[in-house]
Design a binder for this molecule. Structure first.
Ligand code: ADP
Length: 367
C-alpha cells in the first residue's frame, strides 16, 4: 500500500509539473474567416504577464508540498485502518491456533467449537474436528491392539512362571516331571514366538514389495501341499476345484509370500473349525474384474453378528477352543490387512450350521 501511494505521488507530481512547464510555451492559432490559411504564432506569457513565471514556480512548490503532506496522511490513516482490520480478521484464526495447541494425545476426543460464520475459519474448524475424530479412532484401535497384544503375551509367560515356581519347590523331581516341564516350556515358547512372528508380520506388511505375478491356482496348490498332513491328522478331507483348464484370467499382482499366507490362514481355519470327518473345498473364480478364492467348509459356522468381528485383531468366537488350537485371533486380521494392501477384500460369503464360505477377492492383473 505504501509503495503504491508513493508511486502514485511521483506519477501525479510528475504529470502536474510537466503540465505547468508546458504553460510557458503558449501557441496561438488564428483561423481567418475569408478562406486564407491559418496563422500560428508563439506567445511568451512572461512578456504579457511579468509575474507569470514566479506564480508558476510558487504553484509548483505548494503543489509538491501539499502532495507530500496528503500522501503521508493517506499512508498513516490507511496503515492504522489496515492494522485494525487485519487484527479483527485474524482474531478467529488466533483463537483457533490457541485451541489447536491445547490438543494432546490424551484429549483427541475433544471437538473444537465451530463458529457460526459460514467463512473459511468455520470450514477449517469442521475439517479439523473430522480429522480429530479419525485420529481418535485410529489411536483407540492402536491402544486396544497393544493392550490385547500385551495380554496375549502375558498368558504364556504367566504359565511358564507358575510352572517354574512350582517345579522349583520340588525337593527331588522325577524324570517324568522334568519331561513334563520341558514339554510345557516348548509349547509356551512356540506359542510366544508364533504370536510375536504374527505381530511382526502385521507391522511390516507395508514394507513387503507387491510386484510378483501370482497365479492363484498355483498358490492354492502349494497351500494344499503344505496343509495336507495337518488335514489328514485332523481327519478332514480337502479338495481343490482346479479351474486352470477353463482359461479364467485369475492372475494377480502382489506379494506371493503375503497372498500365500492369506490363503493358508483361510484354509487352515477351515480345517481347524471343522467337524470330525468334515471337508474343505477351495475354488478360484473370476467375476467383474475380481479374482476370487472361495474357501468352503463343513464346520461349525459363524453367527451373523460375528461375521464381521472375526476379522478384528484378537477376536475369537470361542476363546478356549481357539487357544487350545494355538490361535490368538490374529489369523483373519492378518488376512484382512493383506487383502487391503492388495486393494482387495475378505468376507464371510455365507455361513450356517452346515458350514461357511469365506471369500478373498483381489483385483485381477490386466497387464
Ligand atoms: P485364531 O487364530 O483364533 O484362529 P482367526 O483370526 O484366524 O484366529 O479367527 C478368528 C475367529 O474366527 C476364530 O477364533 C474362530 O472362532 C472364528 N473362525 C475363523 N474361521 C472360521 C471358520 N472357517 N469357521 C468357523 N469359525 C471360524
Amino acid at each position: 500500500m505504501i509503495v503504491s501511494c508513493v508511486l502514485m505521488y511521483f506519477f501525479i507530481s510528475h504529470s502536474a509539473v510537466s503540465g505547468m512547464d508546458g504553460l510557458q510555451n503558449y501557441m496561438i492559432k488564428v483561423d481567418p474567416q475569408d478562406g486564407d490559411s491559418p496563422i500560428t504564432f508563439n506567445v511568451d506569457p512572461k512578456a504579457l504577464f511579468p509575474q507569470f513565471e514566479q506564480e508558476i514556480q510558487e504553484t509548483k512548490e505548494s503543489f509538491l508540498l501539499r502532495s507530500v503532506i496528503a500522501t503521508t496522511i493517506i499512508i498513516l490513516l490507511s496503515s492504522v485502518c489496515t492494522y485494525f482490520l487485519t487484527k479483527k480478521a485474524l482474531t478467529p484464526l488466533q483463537k483457533l491456533t490457541s485451541e489447536v495447541s491445547q490438543i494432546q494425545a490424551q484429549n483427541l476426543s475433544t471437538q473444537l467449537p465451530v463458529p457460526n460464520s459460514k467463512d473459511e475459519i468455520a470450514q477449517l474448524t469442521s475439517s479439523f474436528n473430522e480429522m480429530l475424530t479419525r485420529l481418535d479412532n485410529a489411536f483407540s484401535t492402536q491402544k486396544q491392539f497393544s493392550a490385547n497384544a500385551a495380554h496375549e503375551l502375558r498368558t504364556p509367560l504367566a504359565v511358564l512362571q507358575t510352572n517354574l515356581e512350582v517345579f522349583e519347590k520340588k525337593q527331588k523331581p522325577e524324570m517324568i516331571e522334568y519331561r513334563q516341564l520341558f514339554t510345557m516350556i516348548k509349547e509356551q515358547t512356540a506359542r510366544l514366538s508364533q504370536l510375536v512372528g504374527t505381530l511382526l508380520d502385521m507391522t511390516n506388511l507395508k514394507s513387503v514389495p507387491r510386484t510378483d505375478q501370482v497365479s492363484l491356482e498355483e498358490l492354492v496348490d502349494e497351500v494344499f501341499c503344505d496343509l495336507d498332513p495337518i488335514a489328514e491328522k485332523a481327519g478332514i478331507s480337502i479338495h481343490f476345484n482346479d479351474s486352470s483348464n477353463q482359461d479364467l484370467h485369475t492372475d494377480v499382482t502382489g506379494s506371493y509370500v503375503l497372498l500365500y499366507r492369506a490363503v493358508y490362514n483361510l484354509v487352515e481355519n477351515a480345517i481347524k473349525y471343522n467337524r470330525p470327518h468334515g471337508s474343505v473345498s477351495v475354488s478360484v473364480k473370476q467375476e467383474n474384474g475380481q479374482a476370487m478364492v472361495l474357501v468352503t467348509d463343513t464346520g461349525i459356522g459363524i453367527s451373523p453378528e460375528n461375521q464381521k468381528k472375526i476379522f478384528d485383531p484378537f477376536f475369537r468366537v470361542d476363546k478356549s477352543r481357539s487357544r487350545a488350537m494355538g490361535g490368538a485371533g490374529l489369523g483373519l486380521a492378518l488376512v484382512d490387512s493383506i487383502a487391503k494392501e492388495h486393494r482387495g477384500t475378505v468376507k464371510v460369503l455365507e455361513s450356517s450350521s452346515a458350514g461357511s464360505t469365506i471369500v478373498l477377492m483381489l483385483p485381477v492383473d490386466n497387464s
